[in-house]
Design a protein around this ligand. Structure first.
Ligand code: UD2
Ligand code: MN
Length: 285
């Protein structure tokens, strides 16, 4: 009797863990689900949680409405893995969230900073958002107590990456996944639009926020672990040779280079789980 009692207790405990992972409370440390399913299957799996592109808690009203901005080009398998892991996590965190995938059309060199500015401006055309989380498509959070919300200072979420043995790369590292309130992002005039190709735009963003009297806020390392899905470097996103030179003038450019100066053409498509914003960016502006 004792043995069968113990077995049932263990079984019930496991069951509650599994059901928590799908809907209920946060559970802490997670394993990444790396299964590749189609975009259609992903839609079928999660569509019941969405209403007009908005994932909302069932039993309460969230304090912050979040926009997750994903700069993107030709990384569909990463996007699927990210959403497959992030949607249940955010649902457990009772988040009120809308995903915006900001895709740069293939003509020009990749410009992550400019795409983030477009995501911010276009999201605010479509709804009211309190908090913007700018999210690399290839970073999967490993702990659901890493709470996706904005605070009094800009927050760096992706502190500890598998790629860097789960330790902070350097104290001023502000790449990967960061969150700024709508007010904070406006105050700093968003990202620079001048970083064409790989690198430097994240360090520039840090200069901009420090220049406006903010500092970086981070959660404990244990909560801030991420796995970066393995990838190479794209032809259209080669390291920018001017990035260090640009960085020297970050603060003097801040008022004239950013949200206030960006020029682009866009096409918007509403899908079940996210809004796709396809953007033509003129890197010569
Ligand atoms: C690092 C930073 C990233 C950014 C970049 C320099 C981390 C974890 N990430 O990323 O935040 O500062 O350096 O620009 O430190 N992307 C596409 N398609 C492309 C190219 C880029 O979708 O063809 C997007 C995608 O969201 C990707 C992000 O841009 O995650 C950053 O590009 P990356 O992953 O190639 O660069 P990585 O890992 O060095
Ligand atoms: Mn990456």
């Amino acid at each position: 009797i004792l043995v069968s009692f113990l077995i049932s207790v263990i079984f019930l405990y496991k069951l509650s863990f599994i059901s928590n992972r799908n809907t209920g409370q946060c559970v802490g440390r997670l394993d990444t689900d790396k299964n590749l399913i189609s975009l259609k299957q992903l839609g079928l799996k999660f569509q019941h949680l969405f209403n007009h592109g908005r994932l909302q808690p069932r039993d309460c009203q969230a304090l912050q409405r979040l926009a997750i901005i994903i700069p993107f080009r030709k990384r569909w398998s990463h996007l699927i893995v990210l959403l497959n892991n992030l949607i249940p996590l955010l649902s457990r965190q009772q988040a009120d969230v809308h995903f915006f995938v900001v895709e740069q059309s293939s003509r020009s060199t990749f410009n992550r900073g400019a795409l983030q500015n477009v995501g911010f401006l276009e999201a605010l055309q479509l709804g009211q958002f309190d908090c913007f989380i700018f999210h690399d498509v290839d970073l999967v959070p490993l702990n659901d107590k890493n709470l996706y919300r904005c605070g009094d200072n800009p927050r760096h979420f992706s502190v500890a990456l598998n790629k860097y043995s789960y330790s902070l790369l350097y104290p001023g590292y502000f790449g990967g996944v960061v969150g700024l309130s709508t007010q904070q992002y406006r105050d700093i005039n968003g990202n620079s639009n001048l970083y064409v190709g790989w690198g430097g735009e994240d360090d520039d963003l840090l200069e901009r926020l420090l220049n406006k009297g903010y500092y970086i806020s981070r959660y404990a390392t244990d909560l801030s672990k991420y796995d970066m899905i393995q990838h190479g470097m794209e032809e259209g996103n080669k390291p920018n040779p001017f990035r260090l030179m640009l960085l020297e003038t970050a603060r003097v450019r801040q008022e004239v280079d950013g949200l206030t100066s960006i020029q682009y053409n866009k096409t918007i498509t509403d899908l079940i789980l996210f809004t796709l914003i396809t953007v033509d960016i003129d890197n010569e502006q």
